[in-house]
Write a protein that binds this ligand. Structure first.
Ligand code: ZN
Length: 425
């Protein structure tokens, strides 16, 4: 092991992951709108650039002391910490001439998180300094990077000896290049979200009191949602990004072949009773759906007929088998997300008067392995809803609410995601 590592490994001690967040003053921020958890929470990351050095400040709910070591080729600085929830509200990007090229973070393996700083030039990291909560901020871990020579960097770089054996088996994973490492963008375990703008092309869907067409509203909303989710680090696919019709089962196929972690189908409803208004969220159910919900499903499922897509008996049989296979896990994850969605949407828009989360047999929700919801954004047959659905501001706000629900849905799972393995190196 290098002298450099020996110098400060001895001074560090790791805080156990099970430490109670609630007892820490910094945890108050984590409690606002965050899931209950015993895990420490990473709240923000800031980069402080000086002409001759760069400082990374990680704000945490708990006073955690990371173990810091460097790895060469590509040159990087690794902060090893106990498992935590990554809920960075603010995450600075490095400047153009920074010593820091980019950084990424996430769970490394059960019980362990990492933040990895990719550097543009050889550096020496300082031992981490822990600052107590102040001015409403939580505990802060400060790492300072100062320039050094390539020779010195390489001399001190390497796995700490206790990790070396463990890591050698995983070197292949480590060599997978990170998708965005060169762009300086933040990386985190990326969930795949498929957004489905309902209808399209020949099938206009519902038409509003002022001529607003469902297919146009939902396409625009899908684009806004895609942008909001991409900003939050999700990998997003759209079933359509233009005014074209995509058969319902094709939409399901798109979700499955993208290995989607979540499928969100966007629609707008209409009702002969113009007084009915508000958004609602649907999950799949073959039975037990209310008459209203079943009627809506029939209406949305008619989409293929409207578009002139040939429905063979084979397709129906296949979809039936898929339903049979539908795992309880997928159903419960769908319901979990639907509940998060109802909560977030109700902050920004009116919800339907009762049972905002409903279920029925929608064809687009029938992938057995992809948690899926269908959102009826509002009623185009209602004057006020129709006005809102036509507003830019409402659309942006609603897209943000849906994106927040996606965050809420994945928050606990994120920390347990094995997909993070390749990221945090
Ligand atoms: Zn629709």
């Amino acid at each position: 092991m290098s002298r450099f590592l020996v110098a400060f490994l001895g001074a560090l001690s790791l805080v156990p992951a099970g430490q109670a967040v609630a007892q820490q003053p910094g945890a108050q921020r984590a409690a606002t709108g965050k899931p209950d958890s015993q895990l420490p929470v990473a709240l923000s990351a800031h980069i402080d650039e000086q002409p001759d050095r760069a400082r990374l400040v990680l704000e945490l709910s708990d006073p955690i002391t990371p173990r810091v070591f460097t790895l060469a080729n590509p040159d990087r600085v690794v902060l090893e910490m106990p498992e935590m929830l990554w809920r960075l509200q603010a995450a600075d990007k490095p400047g153009r001439n920074s010593l820091i090229r980019s950084y990424r973070y996430g769970q490394f393996r059960a019980g362990e998180s990492r933040l990895v700083i990719d550097v543009n030039a050889p550096v020496v990291p300082s031992a981490p300094t822990i600052l107590p909560p102040q001015h409403g901020a939580g505990f802060r871990v400060v790492i300072e990077l100062t320039p050094t020579t390539q020779a010195k960097f390489e001399e001190s770089a390497g796995w700490p000896s206790d990790l070396r054996r463990r890591e050698s088996a995983a070197i292949e994973v480590a060599s997978i290049p990170s998708l965005r490492a060169t762009t300086g963008e933040i990386e985190s375990p990326r969930k795949v979200i498929v957004i489905d703008a309902g209808h399209g092309g020949i099938d206009a869907g519902t038409t509003g009191v002022d001529g607003l067409r469902e297919k146009d509203v939902v396409l625009d909303e899908a684009m806004r949602l895609a942008k909001a989710l991409e900003t939050r680090g999700y990998l997003v696919h759209l079933t359509r990004d233009a005014d074209v019709y995509i058969p319902l089962r094709e939409r399901v196929k798109i979700a499955r072949s993208a290995n989607a972690d979540l499928f969100i189908s966007l629609h707008a409803d209409a009702n002969p009773d113009a007084r009915i208004s508000g958004a609602s969220v649907y999950t799949l159910s073959e039975r037990g759906s209310s008459r209203e919900a079943a009627a809506l499903a029939r209406k949305e499922n008619r989409s293929d007929l409207v578009a002139g897509v040939h429905l063979s008996g084979q397709d129906d049989k296949v979809s039936h088998i898929l339903i049979e296979l539908a795992q309880r896990g997928t159903m419960s994850r769908s319901a979990h997300f639907a509940d998060a969605l109802v909560r977030e949407l109700s902050r920004t828009t009116d919800m339907i008067a009762r049972d905002a989360h409903r279920s029925a047999a929608f064809v687009v929700l029938k992938a057995p392995d992809v948690p899926a919801v269908l959102v009826e954004l509002g009623y185009l047959s209602n004057t006020r809803d129709c006005r809102e659905l036509g507003e830019e501001r409402w659309r942006t706000r609603t897209a943000a609410a849906i994106a927040a629900a996606v965050d809420r849905h994945f928050a606990p799972e994120q920390s347990a995601s094995a997909a993070a393995l390749a990221i945090a190196r």
